[in-house]
Design a binder for this molecule. Sequence first.
Ligand SMILES: [Zn+2]
Length: 246
Amino acid sequence: MNEDKTVPYQGFSEEPLTFQKVDTHREDTTLEQLLPTPEQEKVEKYIYEKTMEQISKYNEQEDKEFLESYQKELMNEMRIFLYPEPILRQICSPVEEITEEIVKFCHDLHLYAKKSRCLGLSAPQVGYPKRIIVVNEMIVGMEKRPHILINPVISNASGKSKYKEGCLSLPGIYAQVERVGSFDITYKDIEGKEHTERVEDVSKEIFGTVVQHEIDHLNGRLFVDIISAYEKDKVIKKINKLRGKK
Ligand SMILES: [Zn+2]
């Protein structure tokens, strides 16, 4: 990755959180309850329209200056980069030093995840190609897990688990994804301290699915890359429909 292309993170203004806690984790929760609420759909639609507007401008003008100002604008307002933006395919670089800028970014990304009511979010999704992920602890079952994970690494993985996933970078797309069933996760917190936690059974703990999904983002991988051919076919049709193609 070329460091020169990274736009410094500028921050965005904080607004009070008003939405309610979402329970996606209890044993009696059905998959239907995990689908977006009308409020979340509105947020997704807004993000999608705004970003498409920016992308269409970008296609008309290819100069570097414009691209930089476009990225800066997105960073300031922390908007989501949508598929097929190239940054979603980039391998993100590790955080070498936890600077003030990194700490501010982590807090903003974490707040943005809560405001967006998503389960988790990764730095490249807001245009910052560093190995940082966050989880939304307002989702029941994630309160006791870490919320900001820097340079996360999965090890000692075994077993399998399936879950219907979605992604803010692919609004309106949902598919069954198979992932590992148990693993260790090692990460640094914003103070630079290293931790390792065990996730014993992903089918019983949403956190296990979320961190696997977000770490994939750091390696340029999207959930639609690892679904079955049947699910992929449905997803491609949905993407084309969203883009107004037949
Ligand atoms: Zn995602």
